[in-house]
Write a protein that binds this ligand. Structure first.
Ligand SMILES: Cc1cc2nc3c(=O)[nH]c(=O)nc-3n(C[C@H](O)[C@H](O)[C@H](O)COP(=O)(O)OP(=O)(O)OC[C@H]3O[C@@H](n4cnc5c(N)ncnc54)[C@H](O)[C@@H]3O)c2cc1C
Ligand code: SF4
Length: 330
């Protein structure tokens, strides 16, 4: 592995100052399960994705820790590990969907040190991106190898130039829960709704979210769901032991007399960003859920543009949405 400078700030301000001084090749380090054990170990680099020359370890910043709950919602520090999220009594009672999504990530060992901030902001898993010999668009190159190569795990919606699928399970669940991220940067703090947090290749092929190189995620806020909100998480993996989502579905919704009142359906594993299925939500609005879900789930066919080897994902996504919503009702 190439050598790098290591910084260990104790406050958010110190971390932002260090990132600003160290320049665009500096990276935030949390658990390191993706950045160090993946990206840097495998030399994933290119002109648009240089290997970091400085790591800013944020794990000793107290402000990034903690789970706080009040009547307005729950705030989770970016450095809370996935295991801490899974074991939180408060989160199990209030946000079981997020707990189930966190529980479906990787293996217990990885969940013990992988953080929420790292999970949401991890880099994509496209096997061409992770291979040192493929200088594709996302590394600053001039082609996408998935178009003519093996694209069985790639996007069926929203791909353009690049066809990654967003790798984070917690991001999919948090978007369904209408979460917001608090971000710290040189000009202070700002709050960004998860609706606007992720960036697809159409907007910027070199990035996956709105974070600037000298900004960090401080915490995530999830507003208290409306009374009676049903929450469900479902994930299909290629290898059941542990794997990224082939397709996942996060649904959070309210009902009135068996009709859909309000809510969100978000799919993972299908698009470069966690994909909010507003077409399905609109189809269900005010309708009897059990009578309408089949037709609503089928609207995925109007937006999906599968590649040469991944049309199977369209069938899976359609059926999983139907199954997830019916499971929530049961
Ligand atoms: C074998 C294996 C299986 C996996 N399976 C799954 C899976 O099924 N589902 C899934 O969702 N993930 C999966 N992952 C990915 C894993 O969950 C992530 O690697 C992990 O969550 C990253 O957390 P970390 O704290 O180790 O982050 P790091 O590796 O330290 O950082 C990851 C990225 O996030 C950035 N970052 C970290 N913290 C912050 C912050 N506070 N603000 C801004 N940026 C930040 C870093 O700069 C880096 O780019 C798997 C990983 C492995 C190795
Ligand atoms: S899908 Fe994206 S990351 Fe993968 S080869 Fe194409 S441009 Fe690169």
């Amino acid at each position: 592995m190439k050598s790098f400078e290591l910084y260990e700030p104790r406050t958010v301000k110190e971390a932002v100052d260090t990132l600003s001084k160290a320049g665009p090749k500096a990276k935030i380090l949390a658990g390191g399960s993706d950045l160090v054990a993946g990206v840097m170990k495998d030399w994933v680099e290119g002109p648009g994705m240089p290997l970091p020359d400085a790591l800013v370890d944020v794990t000793a910043i107290p402000q990034l820790r903690g789970i706080k709950a009040d009547q307005n919602g729950v705030t989770i520090g970016a450095n809370m590990t996935l295991t801490e999220i899974i074991e939180s009594k408060e989160l199990n009672e209030r946000l079981p969907m997020l707990v189930n999504a966190a529980h479906s990530v990787a293996s217990p060992l990885i969940r013990n040190f992988a953080t929420l901030g790292g999970n949401i902001n991890q880099r994509p898993r496209c096997w061409f991106l992770r291979g040192p010999d493929f200088h594709c668009y996302k590394k600053g190159g001039d082609t996408c190898f998935s178009v003519t190569g093996d694209n069985r795990f790639h996007a069926i919606i929203g791909g353009e130039l690049c066809y990654i699928v967003h790798p984070s399970d917690t991001a999919t669940a948090l978007l369904a829960l209408n979460a917001q991220a608090k971000i710290a940067g040189p000009d202070g703090e700002r709050t960004v709704a998860f609706d606007n947090y992720f960036i697809g290749p159409r907007e910027n092929v070199l990035r996956e979210n709105v974070l600037q190189p000298n900004e960090l995620m401080v915490e995530v806020f999830i507003p208290t769901p409306a009374a009676g909100t049903k929450q469900t998480w479902m994930k299909l993996k290629n290898r059941d032991v542990y794997d990224f989502a082939l397709v996942s579905v996060a649904a959070a919704f309210t009902t009135e007399n068996d009709n859909w009142k309000d809510g969100r359906i978000v799919l993972g594993g299908v698009a470069p960003v966690p994909y909010r299925a507003t077409g399905m939500e609109n189809q269900l609005k005010g309708k009897h859920i059990k009578n309408s879900i089949k037709q609503a789930a089928a609207t995925i066919r109007t937006v999906a543009r599968p590649m040469s080897m991944n049309a199977y994902k369209v069938d899976i996504a359609q059926n999983m949405v139907e199954r997830t919503i019916l499971q929530a009702l049961a």
